[in-house]
Design a protein around this ligand. Sequence first.
Ligand SMILES: [Mn+2]
Length: 356
Amino acid sequence: MLKRCATRLTRQLKPARHSTSSSTTTNANNESKPRLGIIGVPFSKGQGKEGVEKGPALLRQHGLVSLLEQVTYGSMEVHDYGDLKFEADPIAEVAPKYREMKNYGEFMGCNKALIRKVQQLLQENDQFLTIGGDHAIGFGSVAGHLQHTPNLSLVWVDAHADINLHNTSESGNIHGMPVSFLLKELRVFWQHANLERTAPVCLAADQLAYIGLRDIDPYEAYILNKLGIRAFAMDSVDKYGISKIIERTLDALKPQNKIHVSFDVDALDKSVTPCTGTAVCAGLTLREGISVVEALRDTNRVQGIDLVEVNPNLGTKHDVNTTVASSLEILKSICGYKRSGSFANIKTDLFETVKN
Ligand SMILES: [Mn+2]
C-alpha cells in the first residue's frame, strides 16, 4: 500500500484544478509524475434502459480512484474531476432530419460538453479516463481527444460495432451509432449534425480497429467491409487465439500514434459482466480482456480510455459486484497493474542490507 502524503504540491505546468485526491511517495517525485484525469458521464439516453447513468458513482463507491493510485505504484497522480454537467442541445432537439433517432438533442448536448471537457482534461493531464454512461458518449470522448490529438488510433473493444447511421439503425438507439459520427468517410451521412463545427477533426477508417465483435447488424457489416475497417470479431479470436489478435491489432495501429481505448463491458462474456444493457453471450474472457488492455498499455501510447455500459439496475447484487469487479480489473490493467509484478517504485537496497 502506498503512503498518503498530507501535503500536496502545486504543479507549475499543469494546475491541479478540481482534484479530489492525490498520493505521493516523495515530494521530489511528485513534480514529474504523469497525471490521469477522470471524468464521469452519467448519460443513459443512448439506449432505453435506466440505470447506466449510475456507472460513475458505482465505480467510485467501489474505490476507483484509490485503486488506480495503488496500481500505478505511486508513479501517477490521479485526479477525479467529478461528473460532466450537460443538458439537451435545443438546436439539435428540433433537427427534423434525424427524427428516427431517439434523444438526439440530449445526445448532442452531452457530447458537445464532453468534447470541450476532454480537451480541458488533456491540457491538464497526460491521460484521461471517461466513465459512462452508455456508449453514445464514445463520440464525445473520442472527438474531444481528436481535437487535441488528431493523430490517434482508436481501439473499440465491444460486442457491437456501434457504427449505424440514423437511417440504418432499427432501434433508433444512438449508443449503436457513435463510431459513425467520428469517421471521415461517413460524414456525408451526417450533413445536418453540424459536425464540422462541433468536431472538425475526424477519424479516418484506417485509424480504427475493433476487438470482441459478435453482434453486428447487416448494414454495419456492409460499412465495415466497404471501408476496410480492421474488425477482429470473436470468430477470429477463437480461430487464432487472443495473442495473435493482439499482435494483429498492434500491427494495424500506426506506431507514432497515441491510442484511445473505448471499452464497452459487453465485450466481455456475460458471466463476468452480467449487468450491461445489451449483453451478448460468448464474449471475451476476463483474462482475454486483460491481455488486450495490457498489451495496449505496454505501448506507452494510451492517452484516452473509456469504460462504458455498466448498469447496476440489471441483475442481482451479486451480478453487480461481479460486473464492478471485472470492470475495475480492466481499468487496473490499462492504468498500469502488472500481473507479473513490479518493483519500479520501491527502494532496492534490500539485498545490500542483507550482505552487510
Ligand atoms: Mn456494446
